[in-house]
Write a protein that binds this ligand. Structure first.
Ligand code: HEM
Length: 494
């Protein structure tokens, strides 16, 4: 770490636009989103202004950092000086209320303490739950295969992870009609993109939302979906039973008297478990089908470990080192939470090891956005092959690997006291699904011919030498989580 005297926030390099208040940069940030590779504007500005810079939109400080030393400082070393903050709470409140994601201090501690018992080793290895929903998803895919039809796998995976999430957390199968599911899913995606945009443009978000709150209509649909789940959970909670038999929802109803908080928490954990794992699964399958040699090696490992058996056990999964390396490599290149934010609540000093002018002191009230996606693709941290999909980097021996020397250079699940509670659950769910998929289907391919225009990456990327633009065969985009624009269109053979 550098020992130089810290400079005040004003010495953090500032982005320089042509219009007062960097109005042109604010519009660039919003308008480029519709045609750029996820995070490209932020990356480009980091190259121009330095790894820690101030977007300085409408005269307000808004710090961006792609420096792991600063992320470690905010999430772990000086955790008490950084929180989600009141502004973040307001931006997300109309969607997620006051749940584990949006709160700080004692309220957050209460949420975390209530949730903790439900992420014990026994609960996160409920493979029967994975099997119930995996076999259903594979049946749907087989049907498409038999009919010679192509399909959007991302869509199937979002429903799969929602079903697993509601089953694991609320003890209920989400057996709604396709129409009800579609309405819920669209409303959830819509609310999620509205709040993601608020976070991206920061304090200026209200300028872009005239009139009625745009999350109001999606929330009406989301609540209509969640209410019956809540009702059943409350009825079940009224029946006396030991803690080990209780679902997360029953325990929640027991522990919290305010029904609004129960609903908020339910949506928070649904968001945590559905979109993130669907993203990881979608990008894992995308990476397998676009790297056939990796797919074949994974298939061999699965068959060598399990022989003719169909359903994997925890021991099987633990033996599959190559599959784990593939999942880590996907989490590195396509982190399901590509951007995140913290707000300074007590004066602090960002070490800014990668900046030539750091460290930088920052004052309470200032927000710092950090990007796992850009950090995990940085050639400075990961070497010249940073943008290449190479699971072998996780199997190489040696203590000089970036994820060994600098754990905050790989942070898909965050770090410190607010680290993801569902990490093991997500690794197990993803491994389980991939093993069953590769054992069931002999061929899984991209169906480039049948995807809609919104799923096609811009043709200009083929000529690009930036990041992964040249090699990407889908369009990675972000709302709160990373997704494939227009869906991942697939063709399979059984
Ligand atoms: C690949 C899958 C997943 C990824 C990449 C992921 C990533 C993350 C990240 C980055 C955070 C930190 C958010 C923040 O504080 O800013 C987080 C928090 C959290 N995650 Fe996950 N997550 C995944 C799956 C899951 C699953 C399956 C569950 C539940 C079943 C879950 C439950 C939670 C909870 C409860 C928190 C809140 C922790 C807190 O604020 O104290 N996650 N996750």
């Amino acid at each position: 770490q550098k020992t130089a005297k810290p400079k005040w926030v004003s010495s953090i390099p500032k982005a320089k636009g042509r219009l007062p208040g960097n109005l042109d940069l604010l519009f660039q940030l919003i308008l480029r989103e519709s045609h750029e590779y996820c995070g490209e504007t932020i990356r480009e500005w980091a190259e121009k202004y330095g790894p820690t810079y101030d977007m300085n939109l409408l005269w307000g400080n808004q710090i961006i950092t792609v420096d792991p030393s600063n992320v470690k400082h905010m999430l772990a070393n000086d955790f008490e000086s950084f929180g989600k903050g009141a502004k973040f709470h307001t931006m997300l409140e109309t969607f997620l209320g006051s749940g584990i994601f949006t709160t700080d201090g004692d309220v957050w501690k209460m949420h975390r303490a209530i949730a903790r018992p439900f992420f014990s080793a026994e609960r996160v290895t409920d493979f029967e739950c994975f099997e119930r929903h995996t076999s259903r998803a594979l049946d749907i895919m087989s049907e498409y295969g038999r009919n010679g039809e192509t399909f959007d796998l991302q869509h199937i995976l979002s429903r799969f992870t929602l079903n697993v999430g509601t089953d694991f957390l609320f003890g209920q199968d989400c057996s709604v009609s396709n129409e009800e599911y579609e309405a819920f899913s669209n409303a959830f995606n819509q609310a999620s993109s509205i709040v993601a945009r608020r976070v991206k443009i920061g304090s200026t978000w209200r300028f872009f939302e005239w009139g009625e709150d745009p999350t109001k209509e999606p929330m009406r649909i989301i609540n209509a979906f969640v209410d019956p789940i809540m009702k059943q959970g409350m009825q079940a909670a009224a029946v006396d039973k030991p803690m080990e038999e209780k679902t997360f929802l029953e325990h929640l109803v027991d522990s919290v008297s305010d029904i609004k908080i129960v609903r908020d928490e339910l949506l928070n954990v649904l968001l945590a478990s559905r979109d993130t794992t669907a993203s990881l699964l979608t990008y894992t399958i995308y990476s397998l089908v676009t790297n056939p040699h990796v797919c074949e090696r994974a298939r061999k490992e699965i068959f060598n470990t399990m022989g003719d058996r169909g359903e994997p056990t925890l021991i099987d999964i633990k033996k599959m080192g190559y599959l784990r390396a593939i999942i880590n490599e996907v989490l590195r290149l396509f982190p399901p939470v590509p951007f995140n934010i913290r707000r300074c609540v007590k004066s602090s000093t960002l070490p800014s090891v990668l900046s030539k002018d750091g460290p930088f002191s920052i004052a309470p009230g200032i927000s710092v956005t950090y990007s796992p996606l850009l950090i995990q693709r940085s050639t400075e941290l990961w070497g010249p092959s940073a943008c290449v999909f190479d699971p072998d980097r996780w199997l190489e021996e040696g203590s000089n690997k970036p994820y060994v020397t600098n754990p905050f250079s790989f942070l898909p699940f965050n770090g410190g006291p607010r680290m993801c509670m569902g990490q093991q659950f997500a690794y197990h769910e993803t491994s389980y699904f991939i093993i069953r998929l590769l054992k069931t289907f002999s061929t899984v391919e991209l169906a480039e011919d049948s995807r809609p225009a919104s799923a096609r990456p811009p043709t200009s990327w083929k000529m690009s030498n930036i990041g992964r633009e040249k090699v990407e065969q889908c369009w990675p985009r972000a709302s709160l989580t990373l997704y494939v624009s227009g869906g991942l269109w697939i063709r399979i053979k059984t």
